[in-house]
Ligand binder design. Structure first.
Ligand SMILES: Nc1nc2c(ncn2[C@@H]2O[C@H](COP(=O)(O)OP(=O)(O)OP(=O)(O)O)[C@@H](O)[C@H]2O)c(=O)[nH]1
Ligand SMILES: [Mg+2]
Length: 206
């Protein structure tokens, strides 16, 4: 999709605050600082529409971005931020649980992991939450500019094995610096969106 128009339309921490949109949603999940907001900015051709910061734990609400009135990108708050309070962790869990399990619009989820590191217990738990909600994520290995090309395969395999992905599941290496992987991510989103839109039309026809 060639994106020109994007709007941050709603920010929510509670189920009642999630907007009623009727449009399909792609959610972005991953550890604090992994690059969720940067990926969103890359996909929508903006430098800093979704807030980015050197401070982990920047995005603490669920942010809904209307993309071309076709779909929403949903920036989920990151997890695994050590300095967060216990109360914060509990409310994070509640919010994510609500979102993943009750949000009818949610159709596709991107799970971001840092290409340099083996996914940790928090990532595995997120994977369980996602699969528990009946979804299989598209895994994005972020900060691909930080490793040598010759190391790429090795890193992707570690991620694949740790997250127990099927051999047919693909991982997309992405860099917000070089925009490597951007077209591939859009191809996946566009393919899914087309499928969702066709199915919606069929239901109306019947
Ligand atoms: N080198 C490099 N740095 C990146 C990349 N993506 C993000 N960063 C940097 O990593 C830091 C965190 O990026 P964010 O996009 O804010 O991460 P986030 O996942 O939204 O973080 P939270 O909102 O805290 O959950 C920033 O300093 C970014 O500039 C990348 O692909 N390559
Ligand atoms: Mg963020």
């Amino acid at each position: 999709m060639n994106v020109q128009n994007v709007n941050l339309e709603a920010v929510g921490v509670k189920f009642e605050q999630f907007p009623e949109t009727g449009l399909p949603e792609v959610a972005f999940a991953g550890r604090s600082n992994v690059g969720k907001s940067s990926l969103i900015n890359g996909l929508i051709n903006r430098k800093s529409y979704a807030r980015i910061s050197g401070q982990p734990g920047k995005t603490q609400t669920i942010n809904f971005y209307n993309v071309e009135d076709q779909l929403y990108f949903v920036d989920l708050p990151g997890y695994g931020y050590a300095k967060t309070s216990k109360a914060n962790r509990i409310s994070w869990g509640k919010m994510i649980d609500y979102y993943l399990n009750r949000r009818k619009e949610l159709g596709m989820i991107l799970l971001l992991v840092d290409i340099r590191h083996k996914p940790n217990a928090n990532d595995l738990q997120m994977m369980d939450y996602i699969r528990g909600a009946g979804l299989e994520p598209l895994v994005i290995a972020t900060k691909a500019d930080k490793i040598k090309r010759s190391q790429l395969k090795k890193h992707l395999n570690i991620i694949k094995n740790t997250l127990k992905l099927e051999s047919t599941d693909q991982i997309v290496p992405y860099s917000s610096m070089t925009k490597q992987g951007k077209d591939e991510v859009w191809m996946e989103i566009d393919g899914w969106l087309e499928y969702v839109q066709n199915n919606a039309n069929e239901e109306v026809d019947e």
